[in-house]
Design a protein around this ligand. Structure first.
Ligand code: TRP
Length: 356
């Protein structure tokens, strides 16, 4: 048995806590699933709850590809290419460590799929600048990054490149968070325009698959993000987990243990809801907390145990992988070769639609 096989052999989707690991009824075996991540930081629990769990549940059920979107990452990281390159490996290691199995999930590197770049160039003719400027997710990102008027053209256009990722595999299902809905909408607009031009269905439209935990907050209740330092990464040590959970926001009005506490907007409960394997116990804890008489510390202790149970096997596999960097290279090369055949075939069809 190869190390990779042994790494993934004892991983099943239900090794992980939480109630979100079942295959959504709306996804059929004939569906084609495509997702991607920008390699700009290590993956964290928000990624796990929001989309890695869906991917684990779906692998083997239908065709599934994950694109490590290094070109998309460069659209706002052109000044630090080495950072992006290093995180291709980190993100790949995270995938393998959580149990994504390259035998059942094709994992490919965007920059090594030239067909996606060519599709992007063709699609750019089907989209107006005004349409791109209206994208609410891109607008929020422009604001957050302080681009003001100096928006890299590639950044404004990355939703078009994302449409190439999606259509390049003829994807029908895209498991994403709510912030990605505008990208799906744009991709489907492009698909309709291509199909209308040719008068036949060259490309399928896709639908978003939203997870039941679309947005896990950071430990301070804001959006979980690497740059804010408020996320718990999948490779966090148990000491880091303890420190971050102990710093989690609960209810500022819950001063004495006997005070009634609030469950809404309470980060500890958001995490227990996402990861505790015993939802009935969590429901009872919520009732106790709301009544008063339950302190934050025992709740946090429980969460630390829950998270360490989830993360321990992930940490172990990640450590085994760190000792074998060649494995990650092999997985990228093999997945990208498969993906290249698929995306080249789609490009050939789309070129015909443009009379090329
Ligand atoms: N934009 C996505 C994000 O920031 C990453 C991504 C790239 C993606 N290509 C994709 C998501 C294709 C879904 C499908 O998380």
């Amino acid at each position: 048995m190869s190390l990779l096989t042994s790494l993934t052999a004892n991983v099943s989707p239900d090794h992980s806590a939480g109630a979100h690991t079942t295959i959504p009824a709306s996804v059929r075996a004939s569906d084609v699933v495509l997702t991607g991540d920008r390699p700009t930081g290590r993956l964290h629990l928000g990624h796990y709850a929001g989309s890695l769990q869906s991917r684990l549940a779906l692998q083997g059920h239908c065709a599934q590809t994950i694109v490590v979107a290094d070109l998309q990452a460069l659209t706002d990281n052109a000044g630090r290419p080495a950072h992006v390159a290093a995180h291709v490996r980190e993100v790949m290691s995270d995938y393998l460590a959580v149990g994504l199995d390259p035998e059942r999930t094709t994992i490919a590197l965007q920059s090594r799929l030239p067909a996606l770049a060519e599709l992007t160039v063709l699609y750019l003719n089907l989209v107006t600048v005004a349409r791109l400027e209206r994208n609410p997710t891109v607008r929020a990102e422009i604001e957050m990054r302080g681009f003001a008027r100096d928006i890299p053209a590639g950044f404004l256009c990355y939703p078009v490149s994302q449409a190439a990722d999606i259509t390049g595999f003829r994807a029908t299902v895209v498991p994403v968070g709510e912030d990605q809905l505008p990208m799906i909408e744009l991709s489907n607009e492009i698909v309709r325009r291509v199909n209308r031009t040719v008068g036949e269905e060259v490309l399928p439209e896709c639908r978003a698959l939203l997870s039941s935990t679309p947005r896990l907050p950071g430990i301070d209740g804001r959006k979980a993000s690497k740059s804010l330092g408020n996320a718990i990464s999948l490779s966090a040590t148990s000491a880091e987990v303890r420190e971050l959970v102990m710093a989690m926001y609960t209810d500022p009005g819950h001063v004495r243990v006997s005070d009634p506490g609030k469950v809404e907007d309470n980060v500890v409960f958001a995490y227990l809801d996402a990861f505790d394997p015993a939802p009935e116990d969590v429901a009872e804890l919520k009732r106790h907390y709301t009544r008063g008489g339950l302190g934050d510390v025992p709740l946090k202790r429980r969460l630390i145990d829950v998270l360490n149970d989830l993360l321990e096997p992930i940490r172990e596999r990640r450590m085994a992988l760190a000792a074998r960097p060649d494995l990650v290279d092999d997985v990228i090369a093999a997945g990208t070769a498969v993906a290249r055949r698929e995306t080249d075939a789609v490009l050939a069809d789309v070129r015909r639609a443009f009379s090329l």
